[in-house]
Design a protein around this ligand. Sequence first.
Ligand code: GDP
Ligand code: MG
Length: 608
Amino acid sequence: MAHEDGSRMFQDQLAEKVRPFIDLIDDMRSIGIDKELPLPTIAVVGDQSSGKSSVLETLSGVALPRGTGIVTRCPLLLKLCNDRTVKWEAVISYGGGKVIEFDEPSEVVRHVEQAQNALAGKGVGICEDLITLKITSSTVCDLSLIDLPGITRVAVKGQPEDIGVQINNLISKFIKNKRTIILAVVPCNVDIATTEALKMAQQVDPEGTRTLAILTKPDLIDPGAEKNVLEIVHNRVIFLNMGYVIVKCRGQKQIDENMSISRAIEEELAFFRNHEHFSSLLREEKATTTCLATKLSNALVKQIKKSLPQMSEKIKEQLGEVKHSLSQIEGGPPMEPEEKRKYLIQVITEFNEQITQLSQGDIIVEENLFELMRKEFTEWMERLKNAKSHYHKVVQQVVDEYDQEHRGSELPGFSNYRVFQHVVQKLVSELKRPAMMTLQTIREMVQKQFDHLSKESFKNYPYLHQVSKKKIETIQEQQSNIVKERIVEQFEMEMQVYTQDEIFNKHSLEKGEIAEVKEQDTRSKYPGLLKAYYEIVVQRLADQVPMLIRYFILKQSAKIVCSEMLDLLHRDDTDNILQEDSEIGQYRAKLLAQADRLILANDKISSL
Ligand code: GDP
Ligand code: MG
């Protein structure tokens, strides 16, 4: 009873001093900070059958999987939380999302095995994924430690040949971390210098500043060897800064007889008290599991305190990054329907403003649309110009041929006018194709930029993006049909080969009035007249085609897109319209949660 009270008080004291620090580290681990920032932790390392599980069992108060061969096949984070108000409860979590709560201590073994099978597969393989077992109870001390597979050299049946290497790598991964306290479990009844556990610890911690050794099985020492063991415990054989603790756990027989762990703790104390050689170790605080727990807690807290400033820095850095990422994906729609409507209005208005500005050349999306269009129109002018020399050549040819055939025989009149008209019509109509091509090219350019804007504006709202994309396409199609019709019309009008243009008249007058001059003169004047006429057609087309395109494909389309987007506001399925891309939503939720935790962690560190 006195022992019970003593341990209560001890635990209360411990809880006060230790718990906040350990909780802090556990919080950090759940944030996932341990990927970027090595967390202070305790890793249990030992050769197979050295007594790791037995020590952990005594510390945690529950039975863990045991047996021969590799029993611990995944790293197991054992979080022990003391809570007087809780009888016993446990949560096991693994595989990024699997969480099982239970309140029956005897089920620990089953759940751990199940988790191991899920992660490492049934059988004897190992896996690097962490299983977290949190035990809250009134009888445990506050401590978090990681149990690792036992060091082994030889593969047993069914194990990969390199199992030893795999396990070594896994252990190294944990004990390499400068903030890890290495808990090396070594049986008293072997030559400690030859144990793999201490060898591995020495490799990563040559000065022994963060290694604590646990000597197990003191009841199995050969009589006469006690002195050697005392030498070791007194740190005179292999020096470790953190020293040695000797513990006695349940032997196989006691396990088979179902001796309870609390009973085993009592037995342990009695064992040392009554021990001829080791009783002094109790006073020196170098014996019993209870003493080990205190030592570990203190060591862990010390380690945590030492790491705090750097961790604090890192957290602030991370928080900055998370906040930046959050600003990149903006706030998302509000929850309340009324606010949501306002938000939709805002989102659509912003998009409309952008489209309008784009159509006015006030903003640049990807490439400068106006510049691209100008280039395209210049090309159109070039085509017209290039067609001119061809035209001149053909006209001259036709006139010459005509002269040849009709030399001196025919009066100039309606019929020769027809011949020339036909030539003009044919050559002018050849310009229809490039005009349509210009339309097509510019339509594609505009549509691409509209699409791009829609994608950017509605990148978080797939529905809005889809709807606007569809609208843009339909509107562009309609508008380009209008332009096509107008171009066709324009060419039909040109086919009349009629102009009242000043240039044409001027040209005619300069060379003399057609009706009043002699026929030879008239004939020689045809090429000039036809050229002048073509000049006028080219001038008209050079202006008209770009004007049509600019007006219908850019300005009008933008206007119609805006007006149709506003129609969305009349619908009553705002929720549907503002449905977020699930990935973005998830990503934001994740970032928000992370930010919350970082802020919390930061607060916690600050308030410690
Ligand atoms: P692990 O493979 O390192 O996890 O070792 P275990 O904890 O499974 O222990 C291996 C064997 O040693 C088991 O049969 C335990 O009962 C036994 N054992 C562990 N500690 C002690 C101890 O202090 N005294 C005695 N007699 N046996 C122990
Ligand atoms: Mg074990």
